[in-house]
Design a protein around this ligand. Sequence first.
Ligand SMILES: NC(=O)c1ccc[n+]([C@@H]2O[C@H](COP(=O)([O-])OP(=O)(O)OC[C@H]3O[C@@H](n4cnc5c(N)ncnc54)[C@H](OP(=O)(O)O)[C@@H]3O)[C@@H](O)[C@H]2O)c1
Length: 298
Amino acid sequence: MKTLLFGKNGQLGWELNRSLQPLGQVIALNREQADFSDPDSLREIVRNIKPDVIVNAVAFTAVDKAEDDEDLAAIINSVAPGILAEEALRIDALLIHYSTDYVFDGTKEGPYIETDEPNPVNAYGRTKLAGEHALQSSGCNYLIFRTSWIYASRAHNFLLTILKLANERDELSIVADQIGSPTSARLVADTTVLCLHQAVKEKRSGVFSSGLYHLTSSNYTSWHGFSEEIVSTANIYLNASLKVKIIKGIPTVDYPTPAKRPMNSCLSTTGAEKKFHIHLPDWKVLLRLCMEEVYDCI
Ligand SMILES: NC(=O)c1ccc[n+]([C@@H]2O[C@H](COP(=O)([O-])OP(=O)(O)OC[C@H]3O[C@@H](n4cnc5c(N)ncnc54)[C@H](OP(=O)(O)O)[C@@H]3O)[C@@H](O)[C@H]2O)c1
């Protein structure tokens, strides 16, 4: 089986490039090799490689910047995925794509399920929702995974930012009224491979059907709870002596950002767990595993 992976240097793309290897040949491309701001150029890449599976880990993920550059975000997050979908249909490839909790407005009480009505509150969410629609209307075979609050042992993310700040400051103030599930890029990559393995078998036997699933860790917290867990894991389990003494919980209104965020980002993963016979572990378990890997680098 031949898999074409786009976005190999992102948090998720980097993990996918490792996790996909046992499935067969992986051709992993970076931004220089496949520029999503020129979506039509992707056609030739797909036509030359003729993969069985296309995995798209590329996205315009700068949520605040997207407010000022929604056109570019839309090209990368919806036009380019639409073109990948057209090309996937043309060669009968399976397309794996990722979306976000930010397609929802966050006003629901309790976790969102896949069939809840999206209503994005920012430009990033609007462009990601349009990306979902582009795949869904294309007629190609696809799996879309909506995930949330991604972190990894490398690149830029909340985990590494908190560890850095906690080493420099006595006190941190972190938003305490937005809730979601911190999710390690490795969990998403490993789980993608399990689901993909099943999907490929189903496709070969003619019983595959495309779908959209929520894919995050289990259980939820706030950004404040996430930061407290990061610091206590570092100090208690990894024998760190971080400088920070106080982590204050603050309301969203006290931390204004250009893009509005949903207050409730919780996604129910029951659909994916039932469909693919998988278990999505508690976010704290995966955080500790990831931190064991990164801690020596700080
Ligand atoms: N990060 C989160 O908290 C989060 C939450 C929910 C859903 N998601 C979704 O999960 C998926 C993976 O996100 P991530 O966290 O891995 O994002 P990431 O770390 O920001 O990686 C994004 C990737 O897209 C690439 N990219 C950006 N613009 C490009 C362009 N014009 N042409 C080609 N490549 C380009 C980047 O290339 P460079 O490495 O060269 O910059 C990078 O490899 C995305 O679909 C995202 O929307 C993420």
